[in-house]
Design a protein around this ligand. Structure first.
Ligand code: HEM
Length: 264
């Protein structure tokens, strides 16, 4: 059975399309990209999903403040990519190895200081962006029905982002990160009911030492990023499913704006 033609023009050699205009080689080359997309789409049928995600209608009156969620996503991806490269050289060893491996990244590895800097400063940028995004959502009233679940997932993402900062801070294992993390773990220890259990979990035992660093490293680079990636996926699914909320001033003065959309 002939395969259905999804995109692009008929190929000259296709016996089902004899008599149709032939493509010049230069045109055929220009359509090579489309052919690859066709090939993948025939086998996966993913294009309707991609179209649903990417080509959405957005309400009138939106502005730059609506890009803060995507900026936060970009910061997360930056952390993920730079983190992978740092993990190739980092050693979670308390006997000087961890500190030494970071010194090696900064001093000897090609672009190491740049990648380390992107990861370190990117962490602060992500915290700033996530708070700005949350502020936009709060002050525009975008957390209200039907977006409560989007907000709740956002709160979990905020907590996890801060937990990433906390667990990452110990990894250089210098004097500052060591003592600051001891203070942090002790604060967790004083929490009601679950505090002592949380302290034990973070220390990975009664003493702060080698197992603590391994545990922080595993939490920092495997556990939390995995949960965050899944939650961001669900967050974005909800954003796409429910549509972006209209700005409050548009709602107040032009109630019809809720149903009137402009295509971007
Ligand atoms: C890793 C962190 C996060 C990422 C990557 C992220 C990503 C996004 C993106 C791309 C959008 C759509 C565009 C926009 O409105 O800016 C969005 C919308 C939304 N986000 Fe987040 N977000 C994060 C954290 C948060 C937090 C902390 C909250 C609140 C506590 C939150 C609540 C919402 C809500 C309610 C919407 C819907 C807004 C609307 O429909 O107007 N998000 N998010």
């Amino acid at each position: 059975m002939p395969l259905p033609k999804l995109l692009g023009r008929a190929k000259p050699a296709d016996p089902d399309h004899v008599g149709e205009p032939q493509l010049a080689p230069i045109e055929a080359a220009a359509e090579a990209g489309l052919t690859v997309v066709d090939w993948i789409d025939e086998r996966t049928a993913l294009s309707p999903g991609v179209r649903w995600l990417m080509f959405r209608k957005v309400p009138k009156g939106i502005n730059w403040a609506y890009t803060l969620g995507s900026a936060t996503l970009f910061a997360f991806l930056n952390q993920a990519v730079t983190g992978v490269f740092l993990a190739m050289y980092y050693r979670p060893d308390v006997a000087g190895g961890a500190y030494e491996s970071i010194r090696n990244i900064n001093d000897n590895v090609f672009l190491g200081q740049f990648v380390h800097g992107m990861h370190k400063w990117g962490a602060s940028v992500m915290i700033i962006l996530i708070f700005m995004h949350m502020g936009r959502v709060f002050f525009f009233g975008a957390y209200k029905y039907p977006r409560e679940l989007t907000w709740i997932i956002g709160v979990v993402l905020l907590i996890l982002t801060m937990a990433m900062g906390f667990t990452g801070y110990l990894l250089p294992f210098d004097q500052r990160s060591y003592w600051a993390t001891i203070v942090g773990v002790n604060i967790n220890n004083t929490g009601p009911f679950i505090g002592p259990y949380l302290g034990d979990f973070l220390r990975a035992g009664p003493e702060f030492g080698a197992t603590t660093l391994s545990r922080f490293y595993a939490i920092h680079m495997l556990l939390i990023p995995g949960i965050m990636a899944a939650l961001i996926g669900f967050h974005l699914y909800l954003v796409t499913k429910l549509g972006i909320s209209a700005p409050p001033w548009v709602k107040a003065h032009e109630p019809e704006a809720v149903t009137e959309y402009v295509e971007v």
